[in-house]
Write a protein that binds this ligand. Structure first.
Ligand code: C5P
Length: 227
C-alpha cells in the first residue's frame, strides 16, 4: 500500500491529537504532535526567565535556540511518543494552563518556527506520518496527500480541555480555560508568520456533533481513497 503524509490542522482542543493518534496506530504510521514542540520551547523559555505573563526577551530566546534539543520517544505503555527537552521528559510540564497561556507568544517568533518546521520536515521525509498542528498543510507539508482542517465551537473545545485538565489533576476553572481557548484562537489566526488558516485543498471537519468513532471512520474513508 502507498505511504502518504496526513496533515491535521485546526484550532486548539478540536481533538486533533486524538484523531492523529488513532490514525497512526491503525495505519502503523508515526505520529508527530507539533504543538508539543512549541510547548517544550515555551518551557525552556520559562525556565530561563525569557518569558512570563508580562515580558518576553525574544532576542535571548532566539540566541539560545541552538541549545534547545527536542526529540520524541515512543512510550509503549501509553501508545504514543512523549516530548523530551534536552534529554528530559517534559510531557507533563508542557500540558499546564500556564504553558498554554504563553505558548502562542513563542509560536509567533519566526526564528523559532523555522527551526521547528525544519525538524518536522525531517521527521516526515519518508512519509507514513500523521502530523498535527496549525501550519502542517500550509507550510510544513504543502503537498500532503491528505489534509484535514478540524473545527468545533469554542464552548465544546473548552469543555473538552477542561475535562482533560481536571483528569490531569490540575486546578482550573472552566472560565479560565474558555478564555485561553479564545485568546489562542485569536493569536494563532492573526500572527504574521504562518497563521492558522485552512489550506485550500484541506477537508474541513466540524466534529462538534460527532463521536470519536464516527470521526475516525469518516477520516479513514478519506485515507482509503488516497492510498
Ligand atoms: O496543539 P497545541 O494546542 O498543543 O499547540 C499549542 C500552541 O502551539 C498553539 O496554540 C499554537 O500557538 C502553537 N502551534 C503552532 N504551530 C503548530 C503547532 C502549534 O503555532 N504547528
Amino acid at each position: 500500500m502507498k505511504k502518504i503524509t496526513i496533515a491535521i490542522d485546526g484550532f486548539s482542543s478540536t481533538g486533533k491529537s486524538t484523531l492523529a493518534k488513532q490514525l497512526a496506530k491503525h495505519l502503523g504510521y508515526v505520529y508527530v504532535d507539533t504543538g508539543a514542540m512549541y510547548r517544550a520551547v515555551t518551557v525552556f523559555a520559562m525556565k530561563h526567565n525569557y518569558i512570563s505573563e508580562d515580558h518576553l526577551d525574544k532576542k535571548k530566546l532566539v540566541d539560545s535556540m541552538p541549545e534547545v534539543h527536542l526529540h520524541f520517544e515512543f512510550n509503549p505503555e501509553l501508545g504514543f511518543a512523549e516530548m523530551f527537552l534536552n534529554g528530559k521528559n517534559v510531557e507533563t510540564e508542557i500540558r499546564t494552563l500556564e504553558v498554554s497561556r504563553l505558548v502562542s507568544k513563542i509560536a509567533e517568533i519566526s526564528e523559532v518556527r523555522s527551526r521547528l518546521v525544519e525538524q518536522q520536515q525531517k521527521m516526515g521525509k519518508n512519509k507514513a506520518v500523521v502530523m498535527d498542528g496549525r501550519d502542517i498543510g500550509t507550510v510544513v507539508f504543502p503537498h500532503a496527500e491528505l489534509k484535514i482542517f478540524m473545527t468545533a465551537s469554542p464552548h465544546t473545545r473548552a469543555q473538552r480541555r477542561y475535562d482533560e485538565l481536571l483528569e490531569l489533576g490540575q486546578q482550573v476553572t472552566f472560565q479560565d480555560v474558555l478564555q485561553n481557548v479564545n485568546e489562542r484562537d485569536y493569536m494563532d489566526t492573526h500572527r504574521e508568520d504562518s497563521p492558522l488558516v485552512k489550506a485550500s485543498d484541506a477537508v474541513e471537519l466540524d466534529n462538534s456533533g460527532l463521536t470519536k468513532k464516527e470521526q475516525f471512520q469518516l477520516v479513514l474513508s478519506l485515507v482509503t481513497e488516497r492510498v
